[in-house]
Design a protein around this ligand. Sequence first.
Ligand code: GTP
Length: 280
Amino acid sequence: MPFGVLVIGPAGAGKTRFCAALQTYGDVQSRSIHVINLDPAAEDIPYRTDVDVREIVTVDDAMAELKFGPNGGLVYCMEYLLAHSEWLEEKLLAFAPEDTILFDCPGQLELYTHVPVMPRLVALMQRWDTRLCVAYMMDSVSLGEPSKFIAGALAGLSAMLQLPLPRLTVLSKTDLLAPDVLEEFLEIGSATTFLQTCDNRNTKFLKLTTVIANLLDDHSLLSYVPFSIHDEDSPSHVLTYADQLTQYTDEAEVRIPRDIEGEEEEDPDTAFKALMHHHR
Ligand SMILES: Nc1nc2c(ncn2[C@@H]2O[C@H](COP(=O)(O)OP(=O)(O)OP(=O)(O)O)[C@@H](O)[C@H]2O)c(=O)[nH]1
């Protein structure tokens, strides 16, 4: 049974670039990482898609032919996928047990909070023996203001409540944060304390934000994994967490770095760093 990570989060949080960076890392490490695009509205995908929902349905077609708006069209497409789940099952059956599959999901959080389509899809995939976890992408911009932080964390919490899976919260685009801000945030390890350190707190809602922050702490929502497409160590950190969540390493074979033809065997980390540098 393959191991899958559902990559979810608001539009623009960095899901697609995250999948691309992990796939590149997998190429260098000779770890088989596949990406499945589950976003029927996706454009310009920067990774190799092994499976793409747009093969069977697209939001553009739903809008043109059935006169849906963009959000209604998306819900229609995901329900269409659910109704034709044998297509996805067949694709998933083709993967090997040691494969890692990243599901690049649509960004509209309504899909995880208002309609039952994603929980149903998850239940089906579990029935097909795919071990899953969720990576919720939270944009680092959320650390800029207490209200953004609360909104981002609660959006993640509400999506995760619908998906009964082990989860990790990825703090994306950390290269955009001042290094001391990131370091301090990760060191604090408590939403309540973090909000107390913010200068720009809205005193009107102080009691409310404190209660919410306590709730976040109780649910360990501050155990973030930092991620940046410009940091070559990020993919391995995230994969280590995800592997632990799904016990990937119990079954996967230990892999030997790929020998580049005619060249001396290269240290995979060095090769990955070179590749990432090249992509910048
Ligand atoms: N600086 C920086 N920019 C990033 C990073 N990750 C993504 N971005 C940028 O953020 C924007 C959105 O990234 P995507 O990966 O397309 O985000 P998404 O969550 O897939 O977006 P949707 O497909 O709209 O849901 C793009 O302009 C990326 O170049 C990062 O780690 N650092």
